[in-house]
Design a protein around this ligand. Structure first.
Ligand code: 13P
Ligand code: SF4
Length: 317
């Protein structure tokens, strides 16, 4: 089955996936960092916040999540009666993976009386220990809405936490986590690229380091970056986030020149790719839908706890 499937060309496989999804009453959700051929067949492509909303509202029997594990877990928590498939369970995230529940429980216990604000890029167990979840598109507003007299823990992304502190003027106790992709941008190469393209504007995801965010013309979630470029008057934009977003950006802003921000390592294509997001392929998506596995399994107790801070976030926005 797999060998024949591999021989199929891309568009035949895409058609087959769409047909299978129709037969199985499945909704395909994809993040902007997925391969273009996956984005093309998704029922919806979005940022973490919009994907959470779609997952919660889904009335199909199956949700196939072309993204990473914390996104599929979020879908399961928000819509536990659906079968949620992740094409490859190895689709982790450096932020989620470097915030283990036992260590985080100790961290929270060491800071009694703090409100725990957690970035959605974390496991279901971490969500269950949180007061409210945020994404890159609402983190600043959520933190700003909290009572100023109560201290706040912000986890697991310290770069996003520092950005939120700058925007709100408040202090946060930070968990020291980072995204491997957004920490890989080279400021020297970026400055050179900006010098070579003096009319270009720099847009950056808030998971990037402070020295990148400080020189950016716009900082926002993946969706907000697309909107900024779409409505922007400049011809050229340098994009500091995972390179997969360029596919949808170019579709929505067809006349604009988009340049991927260069990373330290990359001398060949000057782009940054998330190895976790990129474990998903069309073939794996097809197999996952066909066999209805791997499915996200979370205990009802865990879902009951983790849904509260997620619902709080959705009510906020
Ligand atoms: P967005 O919510 O902005 O899409 O970000 C998700 C992510 O993983 C960024 O690295
Ligand atoms: Fe996680 Fe970074 Fe990949 Fe986003 S880009 S999923 S934060 S490792």
């Amino acid at each position: 089955m797999i060998t024949t499937e591999k021989k199929k060309n891309r568009s035949a496989l895409q058609q087959e996936i769409k047909e299978l999804a129709r037969q199985k009453n499945a909704l395909i959700l994809a993040h902007y960092y997925q391969y273009p051929e996956i984005q093309e067949i998704a029922d919806f492509v979005g940022d973490s916040l919009d994907l959470s909303r779609k997952a919660k509202a889904a009335d199909k029997e199956i949700i196939v999540f072309a993204g990473v594990k914390f996104m599929a877990e979020t879908a399961k928590i928000l819509n536990p009666n659906r079968k949620v498939l992740l094409p490859d369970l190895a689709a982790g995230c450096s932020l989620a993976d470097n915030c283990p529940p036992d260590k985080f429980a100790e961290f929270v216990a060491a800071h009694p009386g703090h409100t725990v604000v957690t970035y959605i890029n974390c496991s279901a167990e971490i969500k269950a220990m949180s007061d409210i979840i945020c994404t890159s598109s609402n983190a600043v507003n959520i933190v700003a809405s909290l009572p100023a007299d109560k201290p706040i823990i912000f986890a697991p992304d310290a770069n996003l936490g520092r950005y939120v502190m700058k925007q709100t003027g408040g202090q946060l106790v930070l968990w020291n986590g980072a995204c491997v992709v957004h920490e890989a941008f080279s400021i020297e190469k970026l400055v050179k690229l900006m010098t070579d393209h003096p009319t270009a504007r720099l847009v950056a995801h808030p998971e990037s380091e402070t020295h990148i965010l400080d020189i950016a013309d716009f900082v926002g979630s993946t969706r907000k970056m697309i909107d900024f470029i779409k409505s922007g008057k400049n011809d050229t934009y340098i994009v500091a986030t995972e390179a997969g977003i360029l596919h949808q950006m170019q579709l929505e802003a067809p006349g604009k020149t988009l340049l991927a921000a260069p990373s330290h390592e990359d001398n060949s294509c000057a782009c940054s790719e998330c190895a976790f997001m990129k474990v998903n392929t069309l073939e794996k998506l097809y197999r996952s839908l066909l066999n209805e596995t791997p499915a996200i399994e979370l205990s009802p107790e865990l879902i009951k706890k983790a849904v509260l801070p997620l619902e709080k976030m959705l009510q906020f926005t």
